[in-house]
Write a protein that binds this ligand. Sequence first.
Ligand code: MN
Length: 243
Amino acid sequence: MYDIIGDIHGCYEELTLIIKKLGYQWENGIPLHSSERKLIFLGDLTDRGPNSLEVIDLVYHLVHAGAAFYTPGNHCNKLYRYFLGNRVQIKHGLETTDAEFKRLSPKKKREIRHKFMKLYENAPLYLTLDDGKLIVAHAGIPEKYIGQYNDTVKSFVLYGDITGEKHRDGTPIRLDWAKNYHGKQIIVYGHTPVKKVRIINNTYNIDTGVVFGGKLSALRYPEREIVDVPSTLPLVEEKFKSF
Ligand SMILES: [Mn+2]
């Protein structure tokens, strides 16, 4: 029914490869599946990687055509604020997307900005699929928040299980919500790069750090099969979290 793809971060080449590997055939720019499966994107389409704007263009096109679903990540939220004209810091990866954007003609700038803003504005905070049996949320979601859409939930699904405190190197201290998850729903998420898909208590972290030289991973649902393609980028070992 669904093929859920992890954080892409501008890795357009790996994205097209995984879509092919998942068995989709491209027709008029749309990847179609013989058994009517749909693609799901769980956020963080852009930043750090080489082709963020192409990823936006493709995902917008697919969602608009009804061929895919999308829910945003923290990098999407920041890019939306950038396109709104808010003052945001051009760092933590946004500098690559900003540089790509600045190279465009005024017409192309208007187009891509419009596409991304529409995509973001129409996206739910998280996706509830298969009669509520499957939840897709960028940074995950604890059971008590399922069905709620307030600011606390928004912050959790975008930024994850953070306390507000930081490690000495400035990175946020993260708690492990998945370890304490006891719900029946399957939760598929990304946000924190791991060397291999982390499966614990009906939760799947499918962010395998393609932009840090890991791989791009997808989870087939309901089969719960993992498909991946290797990154074309160099490995940045310290970006991966081990549990
Ligand atoms: Mn993220």
